[in-house]
Design a protein around this ligand. Structure first.
Ligand SMILES: [Zn+2]
Length: 200
């Protein structure tokens, strides 16, 4: 045993959309609060689907959050505002461009003794890893891998399909939306870009 310094860790929460990633984040951060730890939660400015000052789940649970821009200033804001807290939460980490190395910043936090929870979408709407997902998951000490329910067949869903009026559509990686634009699919029901382009 080496002294009293707390062991830091990086804990990822991943899965497709509608898998309850943010609910899990709120639950885990609430537990940290009850244990007496100071908690700070950050969310990207791009995502203002429900609330600008809190992180809110599809079910309406919420936790106060600081909104930061997904650029170098946002990274600085996270570092500055995390200085005096034990636990850092980062919601919707897939929106951070890979070149900003958010994963490295979070890894540094863990090395300095903080507990870091990061929620991140597993794949984009074409089934590929989303932005910095691979880095975040590789650096994590543990991963909560969540599934949703396939809207086509009811199996466990690990994919997120982008849809428009019930049809699969493809475009740029980042496009914020809810149930009108996305649905969870299992591996079998997920339509990949190439297959769809060939068939139509
Ligand atoms: Zn299915």
């Amino acid at each position: 045993m080496r002294g009293k310094k707390k062991q830091g860790k990086l804990i990822a929460i991943t899965g497709p959309m509608f898998a309850g990633k943010t609910s899990k984040m709120i639950q885990l951060l609430d537990r940290e609060k009850y244990s007496g730890n100071s908690v700070r939660l950050f969310k990207p400015k791009i995502d203002n689907r429900y609330s600008k000052t809190s992180v809110v789940t599809h079910k309406g649970e919420k936790l106060p959050a600081m909104t930061v821009t997904v650029d170098a200033n946002g990274i600085d804001a996270i570092i500055k505002n995390s200085a005096d807290c034990d636990v850092v939460g980062i919601d919707e980490a897939q929106f951070w461009p890979p070149e900003l190395n958010l994963a490295n910043t979070l890894n540094d936090f863990a090395n300095s003794g903080k507990t870091v929870y990061v929620s991140i979408l597993n794949k984009d709407h074409t089934g590929k890893p989303f932005n910095n997902t691979l880095e975040v998951l590789a650096l994590a000490d543990s991963i909560h891998s969540l599934t949703s329910i396939c809207l086509k067949c009811g199996e466990d869903a690990t994919f997120t399909q982008r849809i428009s009026k019930g049809k699969e559509i493809f475009g740029s990686q980042i496009q914020v939306g809810g149930t009108e634009s996305y649905e969870p699919r299992c591996r079998k029901c997920f339509v990949a870009k190439s297959r769809s382009a060939k068939g139509r």
